[in-house]
Design a protein around this ligand. Structure first.
Ligand SMILES: Nc1ncnc2c1ncn2[C@@H]1O[C@H](COP(=O)(O)OP(=O)(O)OP(=O)(O)O)[C@@H](O)[C@H]1O
Ligand SMILES: [Mg+2]
Length: 249
């Protein structure tokens, strides 16, 4: 048990608090289904939290609560109706709500990674190229990008025979591991993970837990959705309940 020892204020200068890598304030999201009579689907209201370097915040809530929607809003895939999303990018907080597309793309290239639950398969693009792409986009030389992609695919137990193949025919778990390799290769300072272990067996789940722990150790700030209690316990430090007030009542 950690002890709290009172010290005189002058004993040592306090360590400067680490600034938040991600700061979310007052975020509202609803969907309007224009093709279905304009039905309004409230998802969350006033969502807010912050995540610092080396921290993992897990999103909690029942199916349909809005966890994936919140991650997609943080990545800029969905617009929000109100609120602020600030990401620390190249040492400065950058507001993503209302930001021009080129700024969002720059933040994604250098700072913000997103591992969706399912791989978006692009026909005829080899797995190794999918995994290398985030490094190439940053200007890393092709040889180095390839070597790092191979090392990560090997670590995730994707057999070398599959590296040159497009993942359309891969099993669900293989596709998920290619997706994880693509999401982890660039060592983003802020990472959004949507059920990255949902289709994995116990051995591969442990490897992904280790990858997440390595990312936290190098100082990544992570927001994750983990269906699996074992994964949550291994990597999560705090939890945030997603939902709107009507659903919570
Ligand atoms: N593109 C969309 N258009 C309209 N409604 C949507 C859209 N995406 C999500 N929703 C709705 O938003 C709500 C939240 O969905 P979301 O996928 O975020 O839930 P979740 O908490 O991730 O659930 P699960 O645990 O099942 O993955 C659901 O009612 C869903 O129908
Ligand atoms: Mg979801």
């Amino acid at each position: 048990m950690e002890q709290c020892i009172a010290r005189p204020a002058t004993a040592t200068a306090p360590l400067p608090a680490r600034p938040p890598m991600l700061e979310v304030r007052g975020l509202d999201k609803h969907f309007i289904l224009h093709m279905q009579g304009g039905v309004r689907i409230p998802v969350f209201e006033g969502a807010g939290f912050e995540v610092r370097a080396g921290e993992c915040l897990t999103l909690a809530g029942p199916s349909g609560a809005g966890k994936s929607t919140l991650l997609r809003c943080l990545y800029g895939n969905y617009l929000v109706q109100r609120g602020s999303i600030r990401v620390r990018h190249r040492g400065e907080p950058v507001e993503l709500v209302g930001a021009p597309a080129r700024r969002v793309l720059d933040v994604r290239r250098a700072t913000l990674g997103h591992v969706s639950q399912f791989l978006r398969v692009i026909p005829r693009v080899a797995s190794i190229d999918l995994v290398m792409e985030p490094l190439l986009a940053r200007g890393v030389a092709a040889d180095e990008a390839r070597a790092r992609a191979e090392a990560l695919l090997a670590r995730l137990n994707i057999p070398p025979a599959l590296w040159a193949l497009a993942p359309a025919t891969f099993s669900g778990g293989e596709q998920q591991r290619v997706n994880i390799a693509r999401g982890f290769i660039a060592e983003y300072p802020v990472m959004l993970l949507d059920e990255p272990t949902a289709s994995l067996d116990a051995d591969n789940r442990s490897i992904v837990i280790q990858l997440i722990q390595d990312a936290l150790a190098r100082g990544a700030a992570i927001v994750g959705i983990f269906h699996d209690e074992e994964v949550r316990a291994a990597v999560g430090q705090r939890s945030y309940a997603v939902g709107h007030t009507e659903a919570a009542a």
